[in-house]
Design a protein around this ligand. Structure first.
Ligand SMILES: Nc1ncnc2c1ncn2[C@@H]1O[C@H](COP(=O)(O)OP(=O)(O)OP(=O)(O)O)[C@@H](O)[C@H]1O
Ligand SMILES: [Mg+2]
Length: 289
């Protein structure tokens, strides 16, 4: 049986394929002006363009794979900045300021600056919508993005023991969450229950298996994955922190999130920089309007 990898090119053919002088002779014999410097330039430009197109295509394919690992919650539709209508909000000025701030941060992230963005406020005020608008904008400009409903993630963690296909899906999702360029973690904290439960003195935080997985994600997003750290070490480069961008939406205060997840997780995920925090306090519940 012939193995395709056993095939050996005859030496004369091999020389012809890899010998530029020989190739020139072949082209010249067919009437191609091989000594024309303009031709060389045109060939170089074409090769560069082909290479760029190939790199762009790979980037798009990579982005599609990350996006396909998203976990959308029920009712999370697509949303763009053009869908954000401040005039429909009770406080038009605040809605407009919030929309502009989200747009500006999305542009910075799209241009390659990594940061954590914290969107906090009551139910129905538009946090998920604006987070989706930011992702759409960033994705259009070529970075890979992913949306994860924290509640859906908690469901996978819950169901993984009973269903092997869920365990695989969970593993794939968690791996992608660690190194996608931009991750939205939607409704962080909603997976544990009511305000009263979270603030009860006996509250022990989110279940341990969820806690451990979220820490791993938070750490990789802030410090980089093991592979990213190793490759930075080898090339003598320092990783800028956070290594990846994360956009968090939540109904909870940071103090509550610290009680739900460990502080070590929250401090890696949530920004201290007021310029990167968007507060929806005082905005009306758009579901009731
Ligand atoms: N400025 C706006 N213009 C148009 N639609 C809006 C605006 N703000 C909110 N909405 C709409 O109101 C609904 C609720 O918004 P959204 O789901 O983004 O709120 P949320 O803050 O994420 O709520 P929750 O905390 O319950 O998850 C959505 O259907 C959304 O499209
Ligand atoms: Mg929401």
């Amino acid at each position: 049986m012939t193995d395709e990898f056993d095939f050996k090119m005859p030496s004369t053919l091999r020389r012809a394929a890899f010998d530029p002088e020989n190739n020139r002779a072949i082209f010249a014999s067919k009437g191609v002006p091989v000594d024309d410097p303009q031709l060389a330039e045109r060939v170089a430009v074409k090769k560069k363009r082909q290479h760029q197109a190939w790199v762009e295509q790979l980037k798009r394919q990579r982005a599609d794979v990350y996006w396909s690992h998203s976990l959308l919650g029920a009712g999370d539709e697509s949303f763009e900045f053009s869908d954000w209508h401040p005039e429909e909000h009770g406080d038009k000025r605040q809605a407009s300021n919030i929309g502009n701030k989200a747009y500006k941060l999305a542009q910075e992230i799209a241009a390659g600056t990594n940061m954590s963005v914290f969107m906090s406020g009551n139910a129905g005020t538009g946090k998920t919508s604006l987070a989706l608008a930011m992702l759409t904008e960033i994705r259009k400009q070529g970075r890979s993005v992913m949306f994860v409903s924290t509640e859906e993630l908690a469901n996978l963690v819950n169901d993984r023991i009973q269903y092997p296909d869920v365990a695989q899906k969970l593993a794939d999702t968690l791996r992608a969450m660690q190194d996608v360029d931009v991750l939205v973690l939607d409704d962080l904290g909603s997976e544990v229950g009511t305000y009263a439960q979270v603030n009860d003195k006996d509250f022990k935080g989110v279940r341990r298996d969820m806690q451990e997985r979220m820490y791993k994600v938070a750490n990789a997003r802030y410090n980089g994955t093991k592979a990213e750290q190793n490759s930075a070490r080898k090339s003598g480069k320092r990783l800028l922190k956070p290594v990846h961008s994360t956009i968090i939406t939540s109904n909870n205060q940071i103090s509550e999130l610290n009680r739900i997840y460990a502080e070590r997780t929250i401090s890696r995920l949530i920004t201290q920089d007021p310029n990167h925090a968007i507060f929806f306090n005082g905005m009306p519940d758009m579901r009731r309007n």
